[in-house]
Design a protein around this ligand. Structure first.
Ligand SMILES: CC(C)(COP(=O)(O)OP(=O)(O)OC[C@H]1O[C@@H](n2cnc3c(N)ncnc32)[C@H](O)[C@@H]1OP(=O)(O)O)[C@@H](O)C(=O)NCCC(=O)NCCS
Length: 168
């Protein structure tokens, strides 16, 4: 690991790479709804009733993780539910476009899987559009694999994959 002194520039060295601002992982709060809804609209092209977020997190609040910036503004979130005994299902997972590929999704997923393990879950499932290569690659890196093809799963007619990881 490099320490800050390692990057100290000599007269001819180029500027050090920009360090992405850190995010903090915390639980969902009602005040997050407008920010989360914006991320959902942009990243998932969905528009849900604002009351949906709190109601989905009601049974398992720890399954709804928010990544917030230094101003405590949400830049990403992962909403998991526990509808089947000892199973988690990731219902929504998105990071604001401006904060992607900086490890925010990785932090959210790692922390979520840790929570699943500590609750003794046996399995984690999710659905993803067959065209969403970025998300499928991300999930594969986390040892999720395709377990089913869901024909015309999405409202626009696109097929989905169900992916699962066991144990979480
Ligand atoms: C899928 C998604 C949540 C991932 O979030 P993210 O914050 O970009 O995730 P990460 O930054 O942790 O990882 C993304 C990639 O960037 C890479 N990465 C992470 N930190 C990095 C860094 N500092 N520099 C360069 N690359 C980095 C990761 O290795 C990863 O590579 P991969 O493409 O092989 O998986 C995000 O792309 C997204 O919101 N997509 C739109 C919504 C969506 O499709 N959601 C899933 C619906 S099922």
């Amino acid at each position: 690991m490099r320490c800050i002194a390692d990057t100290a520039a000599g007269p001819s060295a180029s500027a050090p790479p920009e360090v992405p601002p850190p995010v903090t992982l915390r639980g969902f709060r009602p005040a997050d709804v407008p920010f989360v809804a914006n991320i959902v609209a942009e990243a998932l092209q969905e528009h849900y009733d604002p009351s949906l977020y709190a109601s989905l997190s009601h049974d398992w609040p720890e399954g709804f993780l928010v990544a917030a910036d230094a101003q405590d503004v949400p830049v990403g979130f992962l909403l998991g539910v526990n509808q089947v005994e000892r199973e988690a299902r990731i219902l929504m997972f998105a990071v604001d476009r401006s904060a992607r590929t900086r490890g925010v999704g990785t932090q959210l997923m790692s922390s979520f899987l840790e929570r699943c393990r500590s609750r003794g879950f046996r399995r984690v499932t999710l659905e993803v559009r067959v065209s969403n290569a970025t998300a499928i690659r991300f999930y594969t890196r986390y040892q999720f694999s395709v377990v089913d093809l869901l024909r015309t799963y999405y409202s626009d007619g696109e097929n989905g994959y169900q992916m699962a990881r066991e144990p979480p």
